[in-house]
Design a binder for this molecule. Structure first.
Ligand code: B12
Length: 506
């Protein structure tokens, strides 16, 4: 059976793992990839540029003409609208079955199945489920009784309960990097995920939903980690087979276990030795882990600070770390000599200007800081923060409906913030956060004192922010941001190459 995976914006580990399982069982997979430049839900969104660089016609041609027995989408809330557009287009031109899997169909399965262009959805984990579906399709048998898979029978939705989860991730094959090899410059930057679940349950993160969903359905242990052996073997292969020069370990946290972290950090430089990046939490980045990470060759820790207001953190974000633990994590990285970025969520209810000023002052003059990232609060479906906002009357049912239909703006745009005076106020700070890693502390203090930043909102936001981002990334050697820019150039070159090949009948 040939399964065509349809993806947008970024390398996708979820599809890579499904592709590996299918290939292991003798099926074929291929990728249709919409790079969605300037609207990849990952880096920056710029309206007029996204239209200018749209590759939609070529994507549609592939969807119409490609040999496929099944189209498979990894659907998250921010690409839900895009996925429905693609699926609708496919159904207008052919009758190939379509399956949506991933977090969004898991959260709101009934809602997704209302769209007639979607034939099947997969809730929860997909490895065994997609394989069984493909085998039923191949045998020409009905595929309406497969755990995790929902389908249509005589026009009605047939739901099936989720199956127990794979207890040992080492039993799964390694993600199939070949799937993205022609569509994504893997060499410059490659993503991997080494565990599932999280030790925290922050209110805005999907782990918050998944923890409850998995426990309500008794699906097995929430946190599962691949062994250090298996992870090292995968990363070695990335280096040797694909020449990967930068690895992004995109787990929610590197590991739930100090033993795992210590073993990984000890072996990684000897057996892999490629610069890598991780996501960090202020509690797990400390005087113990920072030097270890440094000795392992960790180039960048993306630290989730989110808010400097301790009450908001505790009550609204459900994060227990103290302000001292945040400053401690930063000091530990400064001392160990690790580069880091700090993530902040802007637009949180109750957040004051003083909280933003405190964040800026904390980071002023930090040598290793390479980026202060601003994410606009985006309410995602069925996580605690959205329930709290509904309970407190900050959003209403109509807004929840929009959220579940994937109609809120992405958090790299303006998220769930509606335009208004508060938005205007926050815009004053956006540029200052972006400039923070390169401005000397006295200048930052002068700007804050004279309130010069209150003029920022009068500047054209997108072009200035984009320009500043490029400059800061180069000065601070932010390899991830530099890669994001490089990947645009790579994509344009790829398109030019395929146009030439087409022109020469290739
Ligand atoms: C790695 C990761 C990334 C990577 C790679 C994306 C990917 N899917 O591989 C990168 C850095 C690119 C990324 C980007 C983004 N991400 Co992200 N990411 C993750 C992370 C940490 C792990 C996902 C993963 O690969 N897990 C391992 C795989 C194997 O598990 P899985 O994704 O759960 O997939 C299984 C099932 O869901 C199912 N399945 C999934 N897809 C399909 C499809 C079919 C057909 C079937 C049958 C089954 C199936 O089978 C899989 C195997 O069991 C998750 C959080 C989490 N822990 O899940 C967030 C997460 C998915 N990301 C999220 C977001 C918001 C984003 C961004 C939109 C924003 C951003 N800048 O971060 C962008 C989108 C960019 C883009 N265009 O793709 C949210 C989504 C929330 C939501 N409600 O939609 C999550 C849940 C984090 C969160 N905030 O809660 N992300």
């Amino acid at each position: 059976v040939k399964v065509v995976m349809v993806a947008m914006g970024a390398q996708n580990v979820s599809l890579e793992i499904l592709s590996a399982v299918l290939k292991q069982h003798g099926h074929q997979t291929e990728l249709v990839f919409d790079r969605a430049m300037f609207d990849d839900k990952q880096y920056m969104t710029v309206g007029f540029l996204k239209r200018l660089f749209s590759d939609r016609k070529y994507i549609e041609k592939q969807l119409r003409e490609m040999d496929a027995d099944l189209f498979a989408f990894n659907v998250f809330t921010d690409n839900y609208k895009w996925s429905l557009e693609m699926a609708t287009y496919i159904k207008q031109h052919r009758d190939t079955p379509i399956i949506f899997g991933g977090i969004h169909p898991t959260i709101v399965p009934e809602r997704v199945m209302r769209h007639q262009c979607v034939d099947y959805i997969c809730i929860g984990e997909g490895e065994e489920a997609i394989l069984e579906l493909v085998e039923q399709l191949e045998a020409g048998k009905p595929a309406d009784n497969i755990p995790n898979i929902w389908s249509r029978v005589d026009g009605n939705v047939k739901s099936n309960a989720p199956r127990p989860q794979q207890p040992n991730l080492d039993n799964l094959p390694r993600p199939d990097k070949d799937l993205f090899a022609k569509a994504w410059p893997l060499k410059g930057y490659c993503i991997t995920v080494t565990n599932r679940g999280c030790i925290y349950s922050c209110s805005y993160c999907m782990e918050n939903f998944k923890k409850k969903w998995e426990s309500d359905n008794q699906l097995g242990a929430f946190i599962r980690e691949r062994s250090v052996d298996a992870v090292i073997a995968e990363l070695k292969e990335l280096k040797e087979k694909y020449g990967v020069r930068y690895i992004d370990i995109k787990n929610n946290i590197l590991s739930a276990s100090r033993k795992w972290t210590a073993e990984f950090c000890e072996r990684y430089p000897k057996e892999v030795g490629v610069p890598f990046r991780i996501m960090g939490h202020p509690i797990t980045i400390n005087e113990w882990s920072a030097p270890l990470l440094k000795s392992a060759g960790c180039h960048h820790v993306q630290l989730g600070v989110e808010s400097m207001n301790a009450r908001i953190r505790k009550d609204f974000l459900l994060r227990s770390e103290s302000t001292e633990e945040i400053t401690g994590a930063i000091e530990a990285m400064e001392t160990a000599g690790i580069k880091y970025s700090c993530d902040f969520i802007l637009g949180l209810p109750g957040e004051t200007e003083a909280d933003l000023v405190q964040a800026i002052e904390m980071l002023a003059n930090k040598r290793r800081l390479i980026r202060a990232s601003v994410f606009w609060l985006e309410y995602l479906p069925k996580v605690a923060i959205t329930d709290m906002a509904l309970g407190e009357g900050l959003i209403d049912d109509a807004e929840v409906d929009k959220i579940e239909e994937g109609k809120h703006l992405h958090y790299m745009s303006t998220g769930s913030m509606s335009k208004g005076s508060r938005m205007t106020l926050l815009r004053n700070y956006h540029l200052l956060f972006r400039l923070l890693p390169v401005l000397p502390a006295p200048l930052i203090r002068l700007i804050l004192k004279t309130k010069l930043h209150h003029l920022f909102r009068y500047l054209p936001q997108s072009p200035i922010l984009a320009f500043v981002d490029v400059v800061v990334s180069y000065i601070k050697n932010d390899k991830w941001a530099k890669f994001a820019m490089y990947s645009y150039a790579w994509e344009l070159k790829r398109r030019a190459g395929s146009t030439r090949r087409q022109a020469h009948g290739g």
